[in-house]
Design a protein. Structure first.
Lengths: 249, 349
């Protein structure tokens, strides 16, 4: 079986080393190498490789952000230099990763495992998703969120988000630039966002406190937040308590 | 600048108490030795001493300001002679005027008033000197306290910087990625691999051998920065460019050790790591009027939204400079369009 692979890595020596190690795997053909997150993501979706060597720290999008945005789901081997939190999550979820610098033996092991998965046609994606969700809050200092809009990828700074709204299996991001859907849970955002700025004011909403214009009384148990753009969203009684302590009402 | 006698109610009571005692002595002296009516003695004592007590409070500001005035002693003497003369003039004439409102035409007392002037001048000078002396002592003590407080903070920062040396200056991400580059070069270009090992060793040696409270020549700091940038260049190739434009008279000037490295690391982290375009790091240095001015300028991709908060490294440097030189604003940053500038000023003494 011929395995199509790509390398997404922003450092030239690191790419060359991978290419060198791969010489001992004639069944793997390298279709391309890419040096930033955007071109890497596009390549995965266009080329639909079987296997991707993915660096974590890269310009434009990180390896982890790429993973969130994939349409095509290849087998992935992460390469990273120092990332104790990510490594912990990978280990816990049996995800293949290589800690730089790595030996040809360790490389060979990881690649063999990946080839096995590919030939058995295993879907590795769900495991990876749970690994990312398991990343400790504080590791992903969530300061930006990568979203897909049509065929384009947008990176949205969290301060541009007005509020998050639960929407079935998705979370809808209401932002300056429009609304976007993200396949994540409200819990995920609640734990990974800065809790002094983003408050779970309702089962359905996480609100950016910077966008509040005023808070109005609604009825016995609830209030309403009026945003700077005059949108109104509901605040539950427990959410109101959280909000009160967050903004010293 | 807090007035020492307004710092707390106890301090104020102390001040007022001292003046009540002085007033009591004043009244006693007038009524026993000058045979002045007790009512007049009391009025006299109250008016002159309350006035002096009030004026005396303001003398603190003369002393406190002289702390910032690093002029020689002569200047201080002139200041005090002038202020003492003015104060005595105002004090005695205002006191006499108020007294005349109370006493009307009492012959015996009028006579006393005219003979009392020399006596008042002498006691005024005496009060003035005592007060100024007390203020100077308080001032000196405050300075001493502030200095030891600053010293403690500086030590604290030095300690944390030492930790940072291990934790961030030699940032593990940088270290392991460099080692990975070396691992690759040993196969593709062994000669370059050797070069890189030497550069990395020199860089690490410099970083751990510098005591962060000490000073080194700018030349050494620049050499180390160049080593760091050359190592990053091996990782990132032409994407990273650097230019140094240092006036010759800057090279031997002293700067705090390891003050530049975090700034270059910051430029690389937010410029090169996040960019796909070429990033140029420019360094300029001039020495003017006893101040070394160093500017580090880099471009960055404006769309690149940094994942990590900016400026912890920069904040630390700013704080270190503030404590080492007891001066604010020695580090300034400017961010415009797509360039980021850090401007350092290192006073040379």
């Amino acid at each position: 079986m011929d395995i199509k692979a790509i390398i997404i890595e922003d450092e030239k020596p690191a790419t060359e080393l991978l290419l060198h190690y791969l010489k001992s795997f004639p069944e793997i053909s390298i279709i391309g190498t890419f040096s930033d997150g955007f071109s890497g993501l596009k390549a995965i979706n266009d080329i639909k490789p079987h296997l991707v060597f993915l660096d974590i720290q890269m310009p434009k999008l990180t390896g982890l952000e790429i993973l969130e945005l994939l349409e095509h789901k290849p087998a992935i081997i992460f390469t990273t230099a120092f990332n104790q939190y990510a490594v912990k999550a990978f280990e816990a979820n049996a995800i293949d990763y290589l800690l730089k610098p790595f030996s040809s033996d360790r490389f060979a092991n990881a690649v063999k495992k990946a080839i096995e998965k590919i030939s058995q046609n295993q879907n590795t994606q769900p495991i990876i998703n749970s690994a990312i969700n398991a990343l400790e809050p504080g590791y992903i200092k969530m300061e930006r969120i990568a979203v897909r809009s049509g065929s384009k990828i947008q990176v949205i700074p969290v301060e541009d988000i007005y509020y998050f709204e639960a929407d079935g299996d998705y979370v809808k991001l209401h932002t300056k630039a429009g609304n976007f859907l993200k396949e994540k849970t409200m819990k995920y955002f609640e734990t990974h966002l800065n809790t002094s700025k983003f408050i779970r004011i309702h089962r359905t909403y996480i609100l950016n406190v910077e966008t509040i214009q005023r808070v109005e009384y609604y009825d016995k148990d609830s209030h309403i937040a009026v945003l700077n753009n005059n949108e109104k969203i509901k605040i539950s009684s427990s959410g109101y308590k959280l909000l009160k302590t967050a903004i010293n009402l | 600048m807090n007035h020492p006698f307004f710092k707390s109610i106890q301090h104020f009571i102390l001040y007022a108490g001292a003046w009540i005692m002085v007033t009591a002595i004043h009244v006693a002296v007038l009524s026993f030795f000058y045979n002045i009516l007790i009512t007049f003695s009391i009025i006299d004592g109250l008016i002159f001493n309350i006035l002096f007590a009030l004026f005396g409070l303001s003398l603190w500001y003369i002393v406190a300001y002289s702390r910032y005035n690093k002029s020689p002693m002569l200047n201080g003497i002139i200041t005090h002679v002038t202020s003492a003369t003015l104060l005595l003039l105002i004090w005695i004439s205002l006191g006499d005027f108020i007294l005349s409102l109370f006493t009307g035409n009492n012959l015996q007392y009028d006579k006393f008033l005219s003979t009392a002037i020399p006596w008042r001048v002498i006691s005024g000078i005496f009060y003035y000197s005592i007060l100024i002396l007390i203020y100077y002592i308080i001032n000196y003590y405050n300075d001493l306290q502030e200095r030891s407080l600053n010293e403690a903070r500086l030590n604290e920062i030095i300690r944390t910087t030492e930790l940072d040396l291990l934790k961030s200056q030699i940032n593990p991400h940088f270290l392991f990625n460099s080692l990975n580059s070396i691992s690759s070069l040993t196969i593709t270009n062994p000669i370059k691999a050797q070069e890189m090992i030497i550069k990395l060793s020199d860089f690490l040696r410099y970083s751990i051998s510098q005591d962060s409270g000490s000073f080194v020549s700018l030349k050494k700091e620049i050499e180390n920065a160049k080593r760091y940038l050359e190592i990053e260049q091996i990782r990132f190739g032409n994407k990273l460019q650097h230019k140094f434009n240092i006036s010759d008279n800057c090279l031997e000037k002293l700067v705090p050790a390891m003050i530049l490295q975090p700034l270059y690391e910051n430029a690389v982290k937010h410029g090169v790591y996040e960019s796909t375009e070429e990033i140029i790091i420019n360094t300029n240095c001039v020495s003017e009027k006893g101040v070394l001015k160093i500017k580090i300028i880099n471009n960055f991709e404006p769309e690149a939204k940094s994942r990590e908060g900016t400026g912890m490294g920069i904040k630390n440097i700013s704080e270190r400079l503030k404590l080492m030189f007891q001066q604010n604003n020695l580090l300034k940053i400017y961010k415009e369009n797509n360039t980021f500038t850090v401007e350092l000023q290192i006073p040379q003494n």
